[in-house]
Ligand binder design. Structure first.
Ligand code: ATP
Length: 209
């Protein structure tokens, strides 16, 4: 049976934490396909540094190009759409494109976003359309794990399908990377793939203007 994974985000920029978590997700769940979906306009945050959706999409493309043995698609579904990028709308479109998957769509989400899920647009309807798979973001953060498990139990108790990825966290965020670049801290280079690093340098994005 087709098992499709979905990974949405702002990806401003896409970093190794995203990449490793996505690959882990693919392997652990034995996905038949993974769709990476950069948001055009995320409802819950401002896209910092005015980095266009097309540019974030391109960074995703070059980051995942090397995974030739994986069936990974970088989708422009949200980039093409005007207005806010709601996961509920995206999932509805994906279920139409892949009618055979129906209840086999897995939606990858980091712990920070998972704990905020009840604020998402039509989150209950969204939860009915897929299985959320939760990735840890912080090492040794017992409270993160316990909060996640509490949230999982509360949602599964209401009949929704939630799985934990039980990944080894790779602690980095796009915010930290943008800050490092602006402050001239070259350690940011360890947190993005060489392909994305080349793109950032060539375009001179995220630097203080
Ligand atoms: P920002 O710092 O700009 O808020 P971010 O690093 O959180 O960005 P997003 O593009 O907003 O990145 O994240 C997309 C998805 O990836 C979210 O579900 C988020 O929780 C998850 N995610 C981001 N970074 C990691 C990481 N290091 N490990 C696991 N999941 C992550």
């Amino acid at each position: 049976m087709n098992k499709i994974g979905v990974f949405g985000g702002t990806f401003n920029p896409i970093h190794r934490g995203h990449e490793l978590t996505a690959v882990n997700f693919y392997e652990k769940l034995k996905l038949s396909k993974l769709i990476i979906i950069p948001a055009n306009s995320p409802p819950h945050k401002i896209v910092q540094d005015n980095i266009s959706a097309a540019c974030r999409l391109e960074m995703c493309r070059i980051a995942f190009e090397k995974y030739k043995n994986y069936n990974i698609e970088i989708s422009d579904i949200e980039v093409k759409k005007e207005g806010f990028s709601y996961s509920f709308d995206t999932l509805k479109i994906l279920r139409k494109i892949y009618p055979e998957t129906q209840n086999q769509i897995y939606f990858l989400i980091g712990s920070d976003m998972f704990l905020y899920l009840e604020h998402w647009h039509k989150y209950q309807e969204l939860l009915e359309m897929c299985t959320f798979t939760v990735a840890f973001r912080n090492h040794d953060d017992a409270s993160e794990v316990s909060e996640d498990l509490k949230m999982r139990d509360s949602l599964t108790g209401r009949g929704y399908k939630i799985e934990m990825l039980y990944n080894t966290p790779f602690e980095i965020s796009s915010t930290e990377i943008r800050k490092k670049i602006k402050s001239g801290d070259l350690s940011y280079e360890n947190y993005v793939s060489p392909e994305v690093l080349g793109y950032i340098k060539e375009r001179k994005i995220y630097v203080l203007q």
